[in-house]
Design a protein around this ligand. Structure first.
Ligand code: ARG
Length: 244
């Protein structure tokens, strides 16, 4: 039996005039990186410092922001393919990435740190990670740096929570990941299981990325960011997530 669906085929129904829709800015984030981007357990909404910031930027620009949850290593490809307009995901501004995308002015100062099990008394700094098993998130600066450690066995996970779970399960000796995310994880969930040791490995800065060719949008984002810093809105958002 051949069934042919005809619905919508050549039908012409007069559409009522639609009200002018607000322009939408499609923002991509890997929403498993609290406190920067994550899903609120109750409301299921995406929330966090980055989410508040990009929404404030959108408001400043007069556009509506729609957040899409995309794996971290898929964010730059999504931007290049035009599936999203902008990405904000605790993404460190690096030379390598700057070849592929435009970064805004830095909006957050960060750095890498290491997390070990709370009862581990032998691993005290990055030097001690030689020859150890390390969990990282795939495609991150943490992954890059961990791979430089002599004889370390680096295991890459899709997101940071999975790396932390592996540490808890005893599958690795340490997690190398962004300091503010490690701090948040330990404060919120992992204080019994894990601790941060040693000094941060480096200093990094996060930027908001747009497609290489979309220089106009990059400029608008920088302008909006500057405005939010002037009018106190940035400070408000910062204090909401990082204020003590
Ligand atoms: N800052 C690190 C990087 O740029 C990690 C970012 C991970 N972000 C995330 N939303 N998972 O490589």
């Amino acid at each position: 039996v051949l069934v042919i669906g005809l619905t919508g085929c050549g039908q012409q129904t007069a559409k009522p005039a639609e009200p002018a829709k607000a322009k939408v800015l499609k923002a991509g984030a890997d929403a498993a990186f609290a406190p920067f981007e994550f899903q609120d357990e109750k409301t299921k909404e995406y929330t966090g410092f980055d989410i508040d910031l990009i929404k404030a930027i959108g408001k400043q620009m007069g556009v509506e922001v729609e957040v899409q949850n995309i794996n971290f290593d898929g964010l730059i490809p999504a931007l290049e393919a035009g599936n999203i307009d902008v990405l904000i995901s605790g993404m460190t501004i690096t030379e390598e990435r700057t070849k592929k995308v435009n970064f805004s002015k830095p909006y957050y100062r960060s750095g890498l740190s290491m997390v070990v099990k709370s009862d581990n008394n032998t691993l005290k700094s990055f030097k001690d990670l030689e020859g150890k098993n390390i969990a990282v998130q795939i495609g991150t600066t943490g992954a890059n740096e961990a791979k430089k450690i002599k004889d370390a066995k680096v295991r890459e996970f899709n997101n940071a929570p999975e790396a932390f779970m592996e540490l808890k399960a005893g599958g690795v000796d340490a997690v190398v990941n962004d300091l503010p995310v490690n701090e948040y994880y330990i404060a919120k969930t992992g204080s019994k299981d894990a601790k941060i040791v040693g000094e941060p490995l480096n200093a990094e800065e996060y930027g908001i990325a747009t497609a290489k060719k979309n220089t106009e949008l990059a400029e608008k984002i920088n302008k909006a960011l500057e405005e939010l810093k002037k009018n106190g809105e940035y400070e408000k958002i910062y204090m909401k997530w990082f204020g003590k």
